[in-house]
Ligand binder design. Structure first.
Ligand SMILES: Cc1cc2nc3c(=O)[nH]c(=O)nc-3n(C[C@H](O)[C@H](O)[C@H](O)COP(=O)(O)OP(=O)(O)OC[C@H]3O[C@@H](n4cnc5c(N)ncnc54)[C@H](O)[C@@H]3O)c2cc1C
Length: 354
């Protein structure tokens, strides 16, 4: 017996849940599967929400911490402080947040099954039958992350440009405050930045580098001691993951199948933030799939592609970040900090949304 659904979503992360919830609200029968044993068991992200992400899918106050200032550090650890009245970033208790998002998705009417891994699918009679699960969907969404198995199994595009990110969670300190600390440091974080986030009952410290380099987080943490004093604090958890910065994949959809979120490369090549895009395009995809299954609507992949905000200039900015001596410019710019504040403020407060 095959268990048939209008939509099967592979991956119950930010993108998969946003898509599953919206599709259920549109009246589709929806099954989301995830190989993790339970929501939030394996967190790979820092989990900072930009303001727009919080507006798109509000997280409950106990699961977030408001960060209203950004300190941007040059390699010498001199810094400029940025704030934009009314624009906050939110640190999250990401593991708990995933539980909350799963509950909301279930409440909207979708079934979400954990401990269920996608291994492959065959198209039979106008629907995708999943290998080994006795499950079929009229439409299949691959929201299974940066190394998507759905993409691999069904011959869709793959992410090629990646950053490696590693993060440790320390026990918090009273003086952590409401400031997000970002470190431009081409020696320790070539291709991206290091960060210190006063999170929800933790302090998160991380580093991301381009995939030609090794991440050495201990060395970075050692270098922060003079300004942030992490020595002696207990490390509670360690995590890491890859971040696709190639932009939206050219082949992100096929017959009755569509990739979203990291699987599709929906991450800002400039800021490496992806959660807001997951929420936004997960929802766009769900609406397009509902219209498509009702008949006479364009392929959801084409709808998502035309809605997707071009990341061409962000790829240009990424090239500059990789190839120009921007750390030196930042050091020099600290002397003309009003100009630096204007430029950096624009990147942080207008572009982190994705
Ligand atoms: C270190 C790091 C820090 C980051 N920090 C931020 C940040 O602060 N803010 C921000 O906006 N973005 C951040 N990002 C990016 C952001 O985390 C991602 O863009 C976002 O999590 C992508 O969500 P997703 O749902 O597409 O994929 P994922 O979150 O990767 O979810 C994919 C899901 O698919 C499941 N899955 C995988 N394979 C299978 C399979 N075969 N069968 C079934 N299920 C499967 C996984 O278990 C997982 O639950 C960060 C990324 C990293 C690596």
């Amino acid at each position: 017996m095959i268990d048939s659904w209008d939509l099967v979503v592979v991956g119950a992360g930010f993108a998969g849940l946003a898509c599953a919830k919206r599709a259920a609200e549109r009246g589709l029968s929806v099954l989301a599967i995830d190989r993790q044993p339970s929501p939030g068991r394996h967190v790979r992200t820092t989990g900072i929400l930009v303001k727009e992400a919080q507006a798109a899918w509000p997280a409950p106050p106990p699961l977030v911490r408001r960060l209203s200032r950004v300190r941007l550090y040059a390699p010498s650890h001199r810094y400029v402080e940025l704030a934009n009245n009314g624009y906050d970033f939110l640190a999250t208790d990401t593991a708990e947040l995933m539980g909350f998002l799963t509950d909301e998705t279930r409440r909207a009417g979708a079934e979400v099954r954990f401990g269920t891994a996608f291994a492959g699918a065959t198209e039979t009679g106008g629907r995708w039958v999943l290998d080994g699960h006795g499950v079929a969907g009229s439409f299949l969404v691959g929201a299974d992350g940066v190394h998507s198995k759905v993409a691999r199994a069904l011959g869709l595009g793959r992410n090629t440009q990646l950053l490696k990110g590693v993060e440790w969670e320390f026990e918090p300190a009273d003086r952590d405050g409401d400031c997000l600390h970002c470190f431009v440091d081409p020696e320790r974080a070539p291709g991206y930045i290091g960060w210190v986030v006063p999170g929800v009952d933790v302090t998160q410290v991380g580093l991301a580098v381009n995939d030609r380099h090794r991440v050495n987080l201990s060395r970075f943490i050692g270098s922060l001691d003079a300004c942030l004093g992490l020595r002696g604090r207990r490390v509670r958890e360690k995590r890491g993951g890859m971040i696709p910065v190639n932009g939206l994949l050219k082949r992100s959809h096929g017959d009755r199948v569509l990739l979203i979120g990291d699987a599709a490369g929906m991450v800002s090549p400039l800021t490496a933030g992806g959660i807001h895009n997951c929420y936004r395009y997960g929802r766009v995809a769900a609406d397009a799939i509902a219209d498509y299954l009702e008949g006479d609507a364009p392929h959801p992949g084409d709808v998502v592609r035309s809605a997707y905000r071009g990341d061409l200039w962000k790829q240009g900015a990424r090239w500059c970040y990789d190839h120009l001596p921007l750390a030196g410019c930042l050091e020099a710019g600290l002397g003309a900090s009003w100009l630096l504040k204007r430029f950096a403020g624009k990147v942080f407060f207008n572009q982190f949304a994705g």
